[in-house]
Design a protein around this ligand. Structure first.
Ligand code: PHB
Length: 359
């Protein structure tokens, strides 16, 4: 039998019925207090035929927020809301991990407790604008974190992971991609520190490795994945030597025996630096999840060649709750409506038709 998108696979100890992963997608439709609501339960349950759902990026603390209407994973009410999501996905035979997130400098005082400044490795204002409750506003210059504040952030990841377990998730994905806090430490365009957390690869990877060790200590390495985006310029990110940096990071992560490495293989707009993802893949010894603009043919080819063990699909799963069935049947796909990606109600969220349904 050939191994393809429809073949089962086990990531760490998470057994999947197929290799089509629902990628994390920010949708800005959580209820008051960052509590997942019934609409969110319906959305995720509709997509339970994927091999694995990775939830939208989910803040680990009040200071980790950077957009309106995000769910959180640090209060009892949020845990209760997520429990309804995981129960509904499990009842349909699906698996679901939560992507745990700290945005760092990609935020705005109006989104943070007491109008606090966003925090970052270095006080460098990112180009671009924050989505706030009152519209787009320029990013501000963040406050550089003191090294003695980092243990509390690591503890926020620990607390969020405990909350994730209480909410019934099958595991957690540490968000270290796309220009958010952990990626801000990794790449030298945003990290100009001169202490143990800046400069060498070892120093820039230190916070990610401390977080990983702490999260693994709560849930076990076989239930932890990590997402990286070595050359995504999104959120004003650059690095002077991404190939060497991320090869180092993959090598360093091998010490934990993680469930998987999830890689955004390119950029979400903007100029993308040259990078050999196959070289990166060879550095990581466990399962590799590839993401970005894959279709069925490229997904199957990446699995057949041994490049990837599974493929994360974002927009295709957003617009096609039954994407697995559509790929199986070579059926046409629903077109995604970009206007309803971020915020709103059921429209463009839970109303994409299944095969054979009239819209
Ligand atoms: C976004 O809301 O635009 C967003 C959030 C998390 C990501 C990437 C993009 O990792």
């Amino acid at each position: 039998m050939t191994t393809d998108l429809f073949s089962p696979v086990t990531l760490g100890s998470i057994a999947l019925k197929n290799r089509m992963i629902m990628a994390p997608l920010t949708r800005n439709r959580a209820g008051e207090g960052g509590v997942p609501q019934d609409l969110n339960v319906t959305y995720y349950a509709q997509r339970a035929t994927s091999g694995l759902i990775i939830t939208e990026a989910t803040p680990i603390s009040a200071m980790a927020h950077g957009y309106p209407a995000l769910p959180g994973i640090y209060t009892d009410a949020q845990v209760a809301g997520w429990k309804k999501v995981t129960d509904a996905v499990h009842a349909k035979g699906g698996k679901i991990v939560i992507q745990i997130w700290h945005v760092g400098r990609i935020s705005h005082p109006s989104l943070l407790p007491n109008g606090a400044l966003p925090v970052a490795p270095s006080a460098i204002q990112p180009a671009g604008q924050a989505f706030t409750y009152t519209g787009l506003q320029d990013y501000v210059t963040p406050r550089a974190l003191d090294a003695n504040e980092l243990p509390a952030i690591v503890q926020d990841y620990v607390h969020a992971t405990k909350c994730a377990l209480a909410a019934g998730f099958d595991g957690v994905e540490i968000h270290a991609a796309n220009g958010y806090l952990l990626d801000q430490f990794l790449r030298d365009g945003s990290n100009k520190r001169t202490d143990n957390y800046g400069g060498s690869f070892e120093n820039r990877a230190r916070l990610l490795l401390e977080v990983t060790k702490a999260v693994v200590g709560v849930v076990g390495a076989d239930k932890v994945g990590i997402r990286l985006s070595p050359v995504n310029p999104f959120n004003d990110m650059t690095d002077s030597n991404p190939q060497a940096l991320f090869n180092y990071v993959a090598d360093a992560l091998n010490q934990f025996n993680l469930a998987y490495l999830h890689v955004v293989e390119g950029g979400m707009g903007g100029k993308v630096q040259t990078f050999d993802f196959n070289e990166l893949r060879k550095h990581f010894k466990n399962a590799y999840m590839a993401n970005l603009a894959y279709d069925k043919a490229r997904g199957n080819a990446a699995i057949a060649s041994g490049h990837a063990d599974c493929i994360a699909y974002g927009v295709p799963f957003l617009a096609n709750p039954d994407l697995v069935e559509r790929f199986r049947a070579n059926a046409p796909l629903n077109e995604a409506d970009g206007n309803s990606f971020y915020g709103g109600d059921a429209k463009g969220y839970t109303d994409y038709p299944f095969l054979g349904e009239q819209k």
